[in-house]
Design a protein around this ligand. Structure first.
Ligand code: URA
Length: 434
């Protein structure tokens, strides 16, 4: 192959055939395509884009660059959910055991914090003793025995994405819909799913700041996953403020457990129920109100919590009540008024500043740190009323206090709280089996 000519073709806006895409990704995975050529191609893709057929070929090649799971011995549907990431987004920790409590198998391959957003694996690891580094065999066993697992992508799953993701991070080639789509779906589809639901976030704390961009990403993800044989739906949801009250690590696990016990903040419960209902709708013709009722009853009866505890135990952890958080510091409002907006990304960077996320790849986390939101957009606040609470040491609070003030805008006029679910993109067409 002459990869230089193929890079030039993409640079000049031409389409790459399926065979060429497969050859490039195969070569990248086995080391015969060097990083500098892959980075040139990634930049050409970012500028020129890809049509849906090219994105399908890229996703398929990345998925097939490693091992894929299959579930011949399971007699229930295998499902998963993916979120494009936000602040306080703890839904995966609740939805995996909730779906398993409904009799579905959930091999949830999750990620760590990315940019200002938190990661499910980092949160889940707040539980003492728990590991998310599981072999393919351990993942298979746990799904069979418990019904769900939340684990990192092992070296065997989509290794081309592991390398390409790290390369994109340092070559300014992350924000490309074809590259994001292939990256997300390669890992998810390698898990041998029967259905997938996507939570595509939009707003100040999301990668896609504008709803239009999020809709485009959602449409591409749904289209490509469906063409690769996995019925998929996406909800485009609001990330203009943290989801729920808690954002961090240990405090998010505590809040997830509240939801699993039938309580917790209404927005977290609602989004979990809507994503679950959407997902089950892809594999089950039951009316969605019955599906939703089933999910509500699993939360309210404690069934989902029992599965959560079994999942934690299977991964080496013990759940023995709420995890400890660092010392609390309140942030009093400097003026009375209405909460008009929040810079959720800035709140995410503040959590990283107090140790809840990484500035460098090898940073270790202080999982007891985080924020608790005491107001939401649209709320009336009085001067001196706490807007939020930071869990960290005094020095950390000093470092982030001004950032926190800048992140919450209080105005004189009344404001509306943004809608939680903005749009739904669905297509249950099945193409080639995964
Ligand atoms: N998450 C991924 O796994 N890949 C991307 O490119 C972006 C978000």
């Amino acid at each position: 192959m002459n990869i230089v000519q193929w890079i030039a073709a993409k640079r000049d806006g031409q389409r790459l055939s399926d065979d060429r895409i497969a050859a490039i990704i195969g070569g990248y995975a086995n080391g015969s395509v060097p990083e500098y050529q892959m980075s040139a191609l990634a930049m050409a893709i970012l500028w020129r884009g890809m049509d849906d057929g090219e994105v399908v070929a890229l996703t398929r090649a990345m998925r097939d660059s490693g091992d894929t799971l299959s579930w011949p011995d399971l007699d229930c549907p295998v499902v998963d959910k993916h979120s494009t990431g936000g602040i306080g987004d703890k839904v995966s920790l609740i939805l995996a055991p909730l779906l398993a409590a409904e009799g579905l198998a959930v091999p949830m391959i999750s990620g760590r914090g990315l940019g200002a957003t938190g990661g499910t694996l980092d949160k889940f690891e707040s539980i003492p003793g728990l590991t998310v580094d599981l072999s393919m065999d351990a993942i298979r066993r746990q799904v069979r025995d418990v019904g769900c697992v939340i684990a990192g992508a092992s070296a065997e799953i989509a290794p081309a994405d592991r390398r390409l993701y790290a390369l994109r991070d340092v070559t300014a080639t992350v924000p490309s819909i074809p590259l994001i789509t292939a990256s997300i779906l390669a890992k998810k589809l390698a898990a041998g799913l029967d259905a997938l639901v996507l939570d595509v976030k939009t707003g100040s704390g999301a990668f896609m700041k504008q709803p239009e961009q999020a809709r485009r990403l959602a449409a591409t993800l749904v289209q490509v996953a469906s063409q690769l044989g996995v019925p998929t739906s996406a909800l485009v949801t609001d990330m203009n403020q943290p989801l729920g009250r808690m954002a961090g690590n240990a405090n998010e696990v505590n809040e997830s457990v509240q939801v699993l016990q039938g309580g917790g903040p209404p927005d977290v419960r609602e989004l979990t129920l809507q994503l679950g209902t959407e997902l089950i709708g892809l594999i089950d013709a039951a009316p969605s109100r019955d599906v939703r009722r089933g999910l509500e009853s699993s939360l309210d009866s404690g069934r989902a919590m029992e599965v959560f505890e079994s999942m934690v135990a299977a991964q080496g952890g013990t759940w023995s009540g709420p995890l400890p958080c660092a010392a609390a510091h309140d942030l009093p409002a400097r003026q009375a008024g209405y909460v008009a907006s929040m810079d959720a990304e800035q709140l995410g960077w503040s959590i990283i500043e107090i140790g809840g996320g990484r500035k460098r790849l090898d940073d270790s986390l202080d999982r007891s740190t985080g924020l608790e939101m005491l107001v939401r957009i649209g709320d009336r606040v009085e001067r001196g009323q706490p807007l939020m609470r930071a869990f960290c040491d005094v020095a950390g609070f000093e470092r982030i206090r001004d950032h926190l003030y800048r992140a919450v805008k209080v105005v004189d006029q009344e404001c509306e709280c943004p809608r939680l679910v903005i749009d739904r993109v669905s297509s249950a067409i099945s193409g080639e089996p995964s």
